[in-house]
Ligand binder design. Structure first.
Ligand code: ATP
Ligand code: MG
Length: 197
């Protein structure tokens, strides 16, 4: 009997901050695709978002949010690489670390649309299977994408975004129950998002 290959989810994101929408997406894909592990990969300084919070804060919030789930881990590959993060580099690095594993890259309905504009698209498909999850406010469709390489998954709808969480903290509104308790406390302890719109 050939040994079953490890099935590993890769959840990339800015995680500024990580919220329950991210965690539900990862958990649902893990369940539906029989994943052994989901690796959360906070981005380095993203080229689309020059003003994001220091990587180390985003990394630590991601660790706090995922610590209690035995199948969730966090990787530093993107934050330790200099320069902007490209998904192709994330997948190449994780593939080099886990050459025998099957990788499943998890994105929301909004992020999958950017795939077509990524460089080296063909190598992306070779490195990972892509799973696009539903997200309130975004149509879940992969028209134009090679459908043998992209799966769509309907997940419980959580209309939460990091942008909204930052704006709430900035206005003095609570983010309890939108992000894990430890992340609420981390934001407060480090005075994050006080001066960010
Ligand atoms: P921002 O508002 O700063 O862009 P965000 O909430 O979109 O933050 P990201 O870190 O940009 O969070 O997203 C990481 C990944 O998680 C993306 O693939 C995104 O589509 C997905 N995602 C984020 N929020 C949700 C949600 N509420 N439901 C499903 N997927 C989500
Ligand atoms: Mg986003």
């Amino acid at each position: 009997m050939p040994e079953r290959r490890l099935r590993i989810g890769v959840m990339g994101g800015t995680f500024d901050p990580i919220h329950h929408g991210h965690l539900v997406a990862a958990s649902e894909v893990a369940q539906s695709f029989d994943l052994d592990e989901v690796i959360f990969v906070p981005t380095g300084q993203p080229w689309q978002k020059p003003d994001v919070t220091v990587s180390e804060h985003r990394y630590l919030m991601t660790v706090i949010a995922t610590a209690s789930n035995p199948r969730f881990t966090v990787s530093r590959v993107d934050i330790d690489r200099t320069g902007p993060t490209y998904t192709i580099d994330t997948l190449r690095d994780l593939h080099a670390q886990r050459p025998d594993a099957e990788l499943f890259f998890i994105t929301g309905a909004d992020a999958i649309r950017q795939i077509l504009s990524w460089k080296d698209v063909q190598e992306l498909w070779d490195l990972a299977h892509f799973v696009a999850v539903s997200r309130p406010g975004h149509e879940l469709s992969v028209s134009g994408l090679p459908n043998q390489d992209v799966s769509l998954l309907e997940v419980p709808a959580l209309a939460i975004s990091s942008t909204d969480c930052r704006a709430r903290v900035n206005r003095g509104f609570p983010v309890w129950y939108l992000v894990p308790d430890g992340v609420v406390q981390y934001i407060s302890k480090h005075h994050l998002y006080r001066s960010v719109a």
